[in-house]
Design a binder for this molecule. Structure first.
Ligand SMILES: Cc1cc2nc3c(=O)[nH]c(=O)nc-3n(C[C@H](O)[C@H](O)[C@H](O)COP(=O)(O)OP(=O)(O)OC[C@H]3O[C@@H](n4cnc5c(N)ncnc54)[C@H](O)[C@@H]3O)c2cc1C
Length: 447
């Protein structure tokens, strides 16, 4: 549409210039309206392409102001009802206006007698727990939250991962999220006036699948924990579902973002159907850096032993503060990629604790793989925690290949671009005529 508008403006400008009528046309109100509308739409598009990534708040104000200006100017450019342009402009303007009014009314309605409690989490994150939410909210969906103590005129989207009460985990960036964390750190557990608009977002109904593979990196786990909780809440006694849950974080302390959810995955009546694997890419400096709920384990290159920290003086962790991702990259020796078989958790790679190196994430693995060993460093709420990146491709392949043809597999992921690319490419290759039905859902935390 924008390209058509540019063509329209340039062709007419060239035509009027050739007729020597340019000044006369562009000094009329309809001509001025056209110029203003053109620059208004240019600002709408360029702010979305450039400014949005640099400074969201400035983008938001510029985008909305330019849109209103462009629509009004378009009406001035073609004011005659008879040629229908004004009708189209009025329809577009009223759709946008009605949407804004509905959202504002919802925010106003859910601000009555509502509050959110803010809890600081390690590594700059914040847990937001709402008192009152719309009835259709479900873990895995997202809502826009409004906290006037932080920003009076902004709402931001976050994914629900706990349903009773409704919770969000917010990772600090620079603007709203950073100020939210500072506020929570200064007033931990304090209730603030808040409101909510939503829920939004659609994803495949996990209850329609026999096996669910959930893969997340960092804060993307808000989505996968949401789905896992959603399924556990709706599972029947004899439900045949299997859930494979993989979560990778940079630091051990990040694991405590979702303590309650990890505890739920361990203690729920259906927890035997859930296989949880946690990965940390940066080793802690000492055991005191491990979040509470951790148990250290002795490690071997080719397996794991279940000796807890109570039995060992000092757990065999990587050198202080080292990053196995980088170490693997520096020291990994070429090794053949072994075929994996069996269910997730029983595969050769799983037994060996092989990790996916950065090279594998970029696709080098397919050409001549590098391989580095990772071991179970400790457990967190009894879930094994390994050092290094998960081999997402093997996990997905194992899960799909061990599923009978007449069953359905859902692969859902949320996380950094590299991880999402691996998930997308691997899953796409596994959608074949003589295998189980496979569906992929990649949740993006951005527009
Ligand atoms: C559907 C969806 C679900 C999300 N769920 C979560 C979640 O559960 N947990 C979490 O930590 N983050 C989530 N995010 C990302 C989160 O909304 C942004 O990180 C947050 O809005 C950044 O705010 P800020 O002022 O700190 O941004 P800044 O630091 O100013 O900008 C950081 C980045 O966030 C983007 N951004 C800023 N404001 C918004 C906004 N209102 N809407 C969309 N993008 C924005 C900017 O384009 C920029 O790329 C989700 C995003 C989307 C679109």
């Amino acid at each position: 549409m924008f390209i058509l508008m540019v063509l329209h403006a340039s062709l007419y400008t060239a035509f009027f210039a050739s007729e020597k009528r340019l000044v006369a046309i562009y000094s009329q109100s309809s001509g001025i309206g056209g110029i203003v509308a053109g620059f208004g739409f240019l600002s709408v598009v360029s702010s979305a392409l450039v400014l949005r990534r640099i400074w969201y708040e400035l983008f938001y104000v510029t985008h909305i102001t330019s849109w209103v200006l462009a629509i009004v100017a378009l009406g001035v450019h073609r004011p005659e009802i008879a040629n229908k342009t004004l009708v189209v402009v009025l329809i577009a303007a009223s759709m946008w206006f009605v949407d804004r009014v509905i959202r504002a009314c919802r925010v106003l309605y859910y601000s009555t007698n509502n509050e959110a409690r803010l809890y600081p989490l390690p590594d700059g994150s914040t847990k937001v727990v709402f008192k009152k939410v719309p009835s259709r909210t479900r873990p895995g969906k997202h809502c826009f939250i409004w906290i006037p103590a932080i920003r009076k005129f902004e709402t931001h989207p976050f994914t629900i991962h706990g349903s009773s009460p409704v919770e969000f985990t917010v990772k600090a960036r620079y603007g709203f999220t950073s100020d939210l964390h500072k506020y929570a750190a200064a007033h931990p557990g304090e209730a603030v006036t808040a409101s909510i608009d939503g829920p939004y977002g659609t994803f495949p109904d996990p209850m329609e699948f026999d096996k669910i593979v959930l893969i997340a990196g960092g804060g993307g786990a808000t989505f996968t924990f949401g789905i896992a909780v959603n399924v556990l809440e709706r599972m029947h006694e004899d439900s045949p579902k299997d859930i494979v849950f993989i979560w990778s974080v940079r630091k051990h302390e990040n694991l405590s973002w979702f303590r309650e959810q990890l505890e739920l995955l361990r203690t729920h009546v259906h927890s035997p159907k859930v296989s949880v694997s946690l990965y940390v890419t940066r080793a802690p400096s000492s055991t005191s850096d491990l979040p509470s709920g951790s148990e250290s384990e002795s490690t071997e290159q080719s397996g794991r032993s279940n000796t807890s920290s109570k039995d060992t003086e000092s757990p065999p962790l990587s050198p202080a503060g080292s990053d196995p991702e980088k170490d693997a990259h520096r020291t990994a020796a070429p090794a053949a990629r072994r075929p994996s078989s069996g269910a997730h958790g029983d595969s050769e790679r799983e037994k060996e604790g092989a990790i996916e190196t950065p090279a594998e994430h970029t696709g080098l693995a397919e050409k001549g793989s590098l391989k580095a060993a990772a071991a179970v460093a400790h457990t967190f709420f009894e879930h094994p925690v390994k050092l290094g990146r998960p081999d997402a491709a093997s996990v997905i392949r194992d899960a799909v290949k061990t599923t009978p043809r007449d069953q359905r597999v859902l692969v859902a992921a949320c996380g950094p671009d590299g991880l999402m690319r691996v998930v997308r490419d691997t899953t796409a290759r596994l959608i074949v005529g003589d295998g189980p039905a496979v569906e992929l859902h990649c949740e993006e935390f951005g527009w």
